[in-house]
Each structure stands twice: as C-alpha cells, then as structure tokens.
Design a protein around this ligand. Sequence first.
Ligand SMILES: [Zn+2]
Length: 543
Amino acid sequence: MMPVSAFADGIIYNVNGMTLDEDGRVVRFNAMIVGSDGRVVKIFNMGRRDRLPEGMEWRADMEGRTLLPGMIDAHGHVMGLGFQLSHLDLVGTQSLSEAQAKIAQWGADNSAKWIVGGGWNQEIWGLGRFPTAQELDAVTGDRPTVLERVDGHAMWVNSAALEAAGITRDTPDPAGGRIERDAAGNPSGVLVDAAMALVSGKVPQPTPREANAAFLAAQRYLLTQGVTATADMGTTVDDWLLYRRMGDLGLLDIRIMSYGSGVETALAVGGQGPTPWLYRDRLRMGGIKLYADGALGSRGAWLKADYADAPGQRGLGFLSDDQLGNLMVRGAMDNFQIAVHAIGDRANQQVLDVIDELSDTYDGDRRWRIEHAQIVDPADLPRFGKHGIIASMQPVHQTSDMHMAEARLGPDRLAGAYAWKSMLENGATLAFGSDFPVEAPQPFVGWAVAVSRQDADMLPFGGWQPQQIITREQAWAAYTIGAAYAGFAEDKFGRLAPGLRADFIIVDRDPLNVSTSQLRGTRVLETWIDGQRVWKAGEEAAE
Ligand SMILES: [Zn+2]
C-alpha cells in the first residue's frame, strides 16, 4: 500500500531488512517506522503476534521481501550519463541496414538539431569497409549527424556534418588523425582519431530543454539500479543551474554530492565555501574535482617507470607539484573538500606528497579524496592511512582493465593495482562507485566484483590478484556508509537508523546470503527516497 500522504508517519513491516551500523556491522530488522519528515524513526523487530503500532498514517506490507539502504555511487558524472542515455545508441546493430533503420527512427522521434550517437561496428555488420556519408544521408537528409564508432576512435558523419565542419577534399589529415577518402580523394564520411575533433567541435551545445531531459533520464536510470545518492565529479556551472532548476521544480529525487569542475567553478557556485544542503538534503556542492593525470588505456596515466608495452613512455602529470598544491590550497582555504583524479603510481605519489605538505596547515576533518587510486606503488600504500585520506575506487574498472593493465605494467607492478584490501588494511576509508558513464552504474555488479575480482563469466578462476578480495560487508560499506562519509553525508544517509533519511531499496534476493554470481544479478524492485517510493519495476515512477 502506498503512503496516503507525503507528510505522515508510516510503517514498513514484514520485511527482510538489513543495514550496516556506523561501525560496519550488519543489523537485521523486520519493521521500520518512517517519520513525516522522511527520516527513519526506528528500525526494530516485530514479533509475529505483535500488533502494528497505533497512529500510523500509512503502512506498507513488504511481504517478506529484502530491504537495504539505498546504494551510493561515490564517483559518477550525472550529465555524462544523461547525454549518453539520450543519444542514439547503435550498440547491438547487426547490419548497416538495421543501423540505418534505427537512425531514421531516432531522427523521427527526436527534435535535436544534430543527430548525435555512437556504438556502431562495421565488423559486426560484415561490411568489410567503413560506412559512407551517402549511406547516412539516405536516412538523415541534411540534418547534421555524428556517430562514434563503438571504440570511440572513429566517427561516421554525413554530408551536412562534413559541410558544417568545412571538410573538403582539400582538407589535410590533421596530426594524429585521418580523413577517410574515396577513390577520387573526397571525404567519404569517416573521421579517425584526431580528425574527429574537426566535427565534434561543431556539435551545438544542448539546449536547457535537452539538458533537462538528459538529467531526468540519468536520474531514472540510477533509481532503477538502486542508486539513491551519487557524487557528481566535475559539476559545471551549467550542470549546477540545471540541478537547481530540477530542485526548484520538485523533480530532484536523487541526492547529488557535487564536486565543482575546478576551483573557479566551486567559487562561482559556492562563493566562499561549500553550499548548504538544499532541497531536503538532495543537493550540495561540497568539493572540488582536480586532475593529476590521464588514463591507463591511452597511456596517459603518469607512471614511476616506463610503460611495459611502450618503452620510453611514462605518461604525463597534468600539473607540477606547485600548481597542484596551489589549487588544493585555494580550495582548502575556503573549506572545500578536495578530490584529485590519480590513476598512475607517480600521480598517486604526487597527490600524497601534496597532501602530506598541506596537512600541517590545513588540518582538521579534511577527508582528502584520491579518485581512482588505481595503480599505487606498494611503498606508497601505507600513506593512504595518513591524514584521513579517502580512496574513491571503482571495482568494475578492475575487471574491465585487468588484461590491459597487465600489458601496460607487466607482471611485476600489479601488487598495488586496484588494491582495495590494502587500502583498508592501511587505514584508508574506501568509497566505491562506477565512474558512470564510463561503466554502468550498477552497484550490485561492483559489489560482486569487489568480493571476487572476477568478471561476468566468473573469470579469471579464483579472481585476478585475489589477495585484494574484500569481504561482502566491507564492499557493502564502501557503497553505503563509506561513500556517504566520503561526501560528508554520514549524518544524513548511507544506512538506516533513527534520524537518517529513509532512503532504501527493495531487491529480489538477500545479497548477504547468495552466491557471488547471484549477488551480481540482484534486481532492484523498488526505490524509496525520504520514505516515498520514487521508482518501481514495471511501472512509471510514482508521483
Ligand atoms: Zn570520472
């Protein structure tokens, strides 16, 4: 039964409830009272013969199903997910003609000036060549269209897009890129690597209306996965205005812990420090996102020694020690939390060095965050336990990257790679996320990976670098209480206890009592925020 009123005490009962307490211990319960303010009043065990408490305005019989606190994604990109979801997706198309039909349909259903999307693969289509601009023109007409190849290294464009970018037979291939050409030397409709920028820079910025729709798509997807709160790593001013717009309209369901994209953004939004929590603890800009290096796959991660598969290359630090230090000081002076992206072992060392240096002056409860902390020199691992550092990591990156990481690093430099257990053993706080849309925001998949170091096929046997496997409770904590703590939100959400927000999910199995592969397949049935159901499987969102 649904709540009759948003502002009345209610009881949820006959439920297989579980949460962690603030020390990470499992607490089980079968009933929960939710206050009119959307906070938990109490969780308790009701005997079979006990009567339901008096004075409840609403009651919900959960028929024995399993209830957990809402999951938190400690590192995601909300609008990145939104635009990915609202763009044309050609993943899974089996032929050029199937793709063309899908493009035509998308064009008819959407009013965007440009058709933007991706996911095609001419190998799967059995084409034996790249598709052409003319094959796109046939279904798009003169509406400019850009469609990335599934690997992100090529772009299929139509004649209108070539024209908008001024690409002709006279345009030379840019450094690091190639314009595919027909026998006569005319651009044929595919741009490779650096040549993609010739067109991608011309794609118009989304209108506010398009951005609204993208946000709502992202929010809905997150709710379907049981994610009730997320960090937004690198919020722009436009993103912030959009989140405020959604909050003002009463459309902001999910909780967003926002980290401004750079110091200037955080100062533009927050003025002299973090914003207050807004819209009943749904939105706050509390920190600043910075970058120390790039990614491992493209050899942009900054390493202490050469890439095993590219002698002479070590990647590149984005900032000098002084530059990084200055940015961190500017943020820390105004009490913004600092979150620095660091993938390679040299980049992690740099951030640790700067934190060491700043911690004397900027002491107190800083919760310095290192985002990804993917490849760490074992000699540096103990340093994560100092100064209250948070290791914000993404379990699914481990299974996506493991073969690539072995190639980039060689077999002898993997001891500190995706080293969740070492982080805990050294005293760091672990916060888990997905880096969506890089990986899908599916916390139960990440949870299963964290306790197995295995992919969807349960490979490799026994797990990759299995000494870094952590317990089911530890991984759960990283997706709940750890992720909340990482966002200075542990007194608001992350577990179910009196005074905390009644954010919870109903799932189809008991994740503490199933096999790892079953854990991975956990399905979310309902998602509740502030004691109100905001999504139910098989239904549109409740009002
Ligand atoms: Zn990210």
